[in-house]
Design a protein around this ligand. Structure first.
Ligand code: NAD
Ligand code: UDP
Ligand code: UDP
Length: 317
């Protein structure tokens, strides 16, 4: 099948590209390299089934494809807040263009949405029928509201133009190939512990997140895309940890004497987050398989290699 992956040189996108290429598909990988890197897909350059397209999704493009995985959008708060207007354009105009493409080509369209549509949730764990608690004018709004509009557009294209769509609400995901300067918590803590500098905990570290290993997530993408379901469907790992517990796990795996440095909590930082994945379990027969400690041990060597730091010891925990 001929498949377009937007944001295909990014963290999750590049793992999805690997999975689709390994299954023998023809993959068009589209990216503007804002937070992605050619290095993530270098191993496919020259392969007859692979095509790399440098393009910004806010501009229209004509391609012939059968499936569209639409991931293009910076995901780390540091990067999506750097140019918030651009983040909104990417989510609104970018998603509009990809839906227009899906309408013309009759491709099935997959939107990479986010747990951020639930904002700072008042319902816990979060179910798909919860409408969220989102600040429309805060520093995270460009991303949260941008993704909410992207979901709205997706369902309106379905209702108005009969486009075949599905929406995944992705919860915090980690793994190899996150940029060293990505700024999200898992990559920050790993980089800091490997470099022997203090782990920066924002606030008192009591806020929670639920971390999914990237290979598990990508499997959920494929199952949703190849199902009949529209969603939205939560995809994430329901094992919930405080940020401080995450710091302790990374200390245990890399450097038990690494210090913790407390920094101010950014505004609108959600206090708790955990997916209810009953829908994914029932409709897709999907659930994550890789526990946090296993996933971290698969992730750390990749960071050590890119940082040029020796890492050969895992403390037994
Ligand atoms: P990432 O920043 O590593 O990847 C995003 C990719 O999109 C990058 O390659 C970037 O260059 C590209 N991109 C950004 N703007 C673009 C534009 N205007 N035109 C073309 N390409 C553009 O992030 P990621 O973690 O791989 O996230 C991928 C998708 O999954 C995003 O849509 C994100 O919102 C969603 N998501 C991720 C997480 C997570 O925990 N990683 C959680 C929820 C949702
Ligand atoms: N679009 C695109 N590629 C296509 C088809 C459409 O980029 O193959 C863009 C198109 O330029 C427009 C958007 O998608 O900006 C929405 O397209 P649609 O046909 O729904 O709306 P219209 O062009 O009628 O405004
Ligand atoms: N965080 C932290 N230290 C860091 C980076 C993030 O304590 O160096 C916290 C952040 O305040 C948030 C949680 O970790 O409470 C997850 O942040 P991330 O940016 O990874 O994702 P998101 O907030 O979008 O879920």
């Amino acid at each position: 099948m001929r498949i377009l992956v937007t944001g295909g040189t990014g963290f999750i996108g590049s793992h999805l590209v690997d999975r689709l290429m390994e299954a023998g598909h023809e993959v068009l990988c589209l990216d503007n390299y804002y937070t992605g890197s050619k290095k993530n897909i270098l191993h496919w350059l020259g392969h007859p089934n692979f095509e790399l397209i440098r393009h910004d999704v806010t501009e229209p493009i004509r391609l012939e494809v059968e499936q569209i995985y639409h991931l293009a959008c910076p995901a780390s708060p540091v990067h999506y807040q750097f140019n918030p207007v651009k983040t909104i354009k990417t989510n609104v105009m970018g998603t509009l263009n990809m839906l227009g493409l899906a309408k013309r080509t009759k491709a099935r369209f997959f939107l990479a949405s986010t747990s951020e549509v639930y904002g700072d949730p008042l319902v816990h764990p979060q179910t798909e029928d919860y409408w969220g608690n989102v600040n429309p004018i805060g520093i995270r709004s460009c991303y949260d509201e941008g993704k909410r509009v992207a979901e709205t557009l997706t369902f309106d294209y379905h209702r108005q133009n009969n486009v075949n769509v599905c929406v995944a609400r992705i919860f915090n995901t980690y793994g190899p190939r996150m940029q060293v300067n990505d700024g999200r918590v898992v990559s920050n803590f790993i980089v800091q512990a490997l470099q022997g500098i203090p782990l920066t905990v924002y606030g008192d570290g009591s806020q929670t997140r639920s971390f999914c290993y990237v290979a598990d997530l990508v499997e959920g993408f494929i199952q949703l895309m190849n199902s009949e379901h529209q969603g939205p469907i939560n995809l994430g790992n329901p094992d919930e940890y405080t940020v401080l517990e995450l710091a302790e796990k990374i200390q245990a795996l890399i450097n038990p004497t690494a210090e913790v440095q407390y920094k101010p909590l950014p505004s609108d930082d959600p206090q708790r987050r955990r997916p209810d994945i009953t829908r994914a379990r029932n409709l897709l027969e999907w659930q994550p398989k890789i526990p946090l400690m296993d996933g971290l041990q698969r992730t750390i060597p990749d960071f050590a290699e890119r940082l040029g730091v020796t890492y050969n010891k895992v403390v037994q925990v």
